[in-house]
Ligand binder design. Structure first.
Ligand SMILES: NC(=O)c1ccc[n+]([C@@H]2O[C@H](COP(=O)([O-])OP(=O)(O)OC[C@H]3O[C@@H](n4cnc5c(N)ncnc54)[C@H](O)[C@@H]3O)[C@@H](O)[C@H]2O)c1
Length: 286
């Protein structure tokens, strides 16, 4: 029997490279990206162009849509690139009769919860008096609170996914990825809550590809089994059998040694969340 054909957009990105390499053992993986980056096996496709998107998806069984500009990009980039690229991916998948679309959403769609207690303390590494088992998990039934133009774009992508699922019968799973970097381990204190390791990312995506076809539309968080995780993944465990095995705590000692004093770390993490004036003050104090 022919192996299922899996098309990965944004294949030259950090997540795309991890997935293409690992899934190739099991599936017929085809990677496409706006930039080839010297990798000959990656076809150059701009997903903002519908004809190109259609050609890329011919014969595909599964689409993993990762094509997107970085989360710090301004609205103009989100508007011109991320939204049309994601829309075209869904439309081309519909026309090609793709069995399932995995659409890369982001934890940033609920990023503003991190301004509130206790999440602000967790992402800043200020755990005093907190019991991780008692922290209320943020789940996908809670209101979105996007923290950036990029995150607003991801909310729209989730909306488009639901539209294609409910109006056109496409099976769409939106994945609110946590933090995945090339190193595959925490490089800032927030990652002790938000990390998804390479291995867990592969587990998550594999579970989504292989899940039964009765789920027309789902949204799941994608995070490792971190002690300080504050996103709910029980639905992903129950519905698609996602079982993360890694915990960012495994890197805690190494992180403490390599990332400077705790005061410096605290200052670095605070700088991400405090208003601009405090940020300047924090810079002077360092
Ligand atoms: N890495 C993370 O921690 C993380 C967290 C949350 C969400 N995500 C999402 O997961 C996806 C993959 O993330 P990543 O870290 O690999 O990002 P990345 O920036 O490393 O890779 C994204 C890739 O998409 C490509 N791309 C952008 N616009 C395109 C277009 N119009 N047509 C074709 N290709 C295009 C880029 O060239 C790039 O290679 C993205 O959608 C991102 O928003 C990632």
């Amino acid at each position: 029997m022919a192996r299922p054909r899996v098309v990965v957009t944004g294949a030259n990105g950090v997540v795309g490279q991890v997935l293409c390499a690992s899934l190739a053992d099991e599936f017929d993986v085809v990677g496409v990206d706006l930039r080839r980056n010297g990798r000959k096996e990656i076809a150059r496709v701009d997903m903002t162009r519908i004809r190109a998107a259609e050609r890329a998806l011919e014969g595909a069984d599964v689409l993993i849509d990762l094509a997107s500009a970085h989360w710090l990009q301004p609205w103009a980039k989100v508007y011109r690139n991320n939204i049309p690229a994601a829309w075209n991916a869904l439309e081309a998948a519909r026309r090609a009769g793709v069995r399932r679309v995995l659409s890369a959403s982001s934890n940033h769609v609920t990023g503003l919860y991190e301004r509130d207690e206790p999440y602000d303390r967790i992402v800043g590494g200020r755990y005093d008096g907190l019991d991780p088992a008692r922290v209320r998990k943020i789940d996908t039934s809670m209101a979105v609170r996007p923290d950036s133009p990029y995150a607003v774009g991801k909310v729209m992508v989730e909306g488009a996914g639901r539209y294609y699922a409910e109006s056109h019968g496409l099976s769409v799973i939106c994945l609110r990825f946590g933090s995945l970097n090339a190193a595959g381990r925490p490089t800032e204190v927030r990652h002790f809550a938000t990390l998804i390791t390479h291995r867990d990312m592969i587990r998550l995506v594999r579970s989504c590809i292989l899940a039964p076809a009765d789920a027309p539309f789902r949204v799941f968080y994608g995070v490792s089994a971190n002690t300080w995780r504050f996103w709910d993944i029980e639905d992903a465990r129950r519905e698609i059998g996602y079982e993360p095995r890694d915990d960012a705590e495994a890197w805690r000692k190494q992180f403490e040694v390599t990332s400077g004093t705790s005061a410096t770390r605290r200052c670095n993490s605070l700088r991400r969340y405090v208003p601009n004036r405090l940020r300047t003050l924090c810079g002077r104090l360092r």
